[in-house]
Write a protein that binds this ligand. Structure first.
Ligand SMILES: [Fe+2]
Ligand SMILES: [Fe+2]
Length: 229
């Protein structure tokens, strides 16, 4: 793996060599390995060109990356426990309110499941700030501030919530794959249960939007137009 990275890196600084290496590697995999090995020395001198410098605490293996990602989503779920009821309070459509409340209850179980996963892999359950979720929740707050309560705000809440669900779906999908690769089958099963809940929450939100809320919000546009005439 490391050698593949170095090939890409080393070729950035030497465009002529890049084309040759790339062409060789597509047709002759065995030769590509040799090229990568030879070029690793050259890579060190070019690593300052766009390559992110790792922190002293940087993960060196998949297990560490798995633990880091778990800490990240643990923080995210804890933030959601506070954010979801706030969204439910601001929503008016009863299906949407019920969906958000139901997902708050599920989120509590998801937190407990993550704690079980930490236990299975022999790590302490620690939350690490998830910048992505922090940003998504700030966006949700902004959407509520910029919409009148009613169908339009409901449509905005759905938009914001679905971004959250998609982030979670991507995260739990990755975590399941990491757990399976590392041989933590019980942890993978727990993470998979949560993944399915996140997918279902996304479907519920889509249905709420398509069945009524988006149409009600569009009607609000028409009412505005009629008043203006
Ligand atoms: Fe969740
Ligand atoms: Fe979720």
């Amino acid at each position: 793996m490391a050698t593949t990275k170095t090939t890409a890196n080393s070729t950035k600084s030497t465009p002529v060599a890049k084309k040759t290496t790339a062409a060789k590697s597509t047709t002759k995999p065995a030769a590509a390995k040799n090229t990568a090995a030879k070029s690793s020395t050259a890579t060190k001198s070019t690593s300052s060109r766009g390559i992110v410098k790792a922190k002293a605490s940087a993960a060196e293996g998949l297990k560490e990356l798995f633990v880091d990602s778990l800490k990240d989503i643990y923080w995210a779920e804890k933030a959601l426990i506070k954010a979801l009821p706030k969204m439910a309070k601001n929503a008016e459509n009863e299906n949407l309110v019920a969906g958000l409340n139901n997902h708050t209850a599920e989120t509590e179980e998801q937190i407990a499941r993550l704690e079980q996963v930490f236990q299975i892999i022999g790590e302490k359950a620690v939350a690490k700030k998830c910048e992505a979720m922090d940003g998504l929740l700030k966006e949700g707050q902004e959407i509520m501030e910029s919409t009148e309560p009613g169908p339009v705000r409901d449509a905005g809440i759905i938009a914001a919530s679905q971004k959250v669900e998609h982030y979670e779906i991507a995260t739990y999908g990755t975590l399941c794959a990491f757990a399976k690769t590392l041989g933590y089958d019980d942890a993978a099963e727990l993470l998979h249960t949560t993944l399915e809940e996140e997918k279902q929450a996304d479907i519920t939100l889509t249905e709420a939007a398509y069945n009524t809320i988006n149409f009600d919000a569009a009607e609000a546009d028409e009412d505005d137009e009629n008043e203006a005439e």
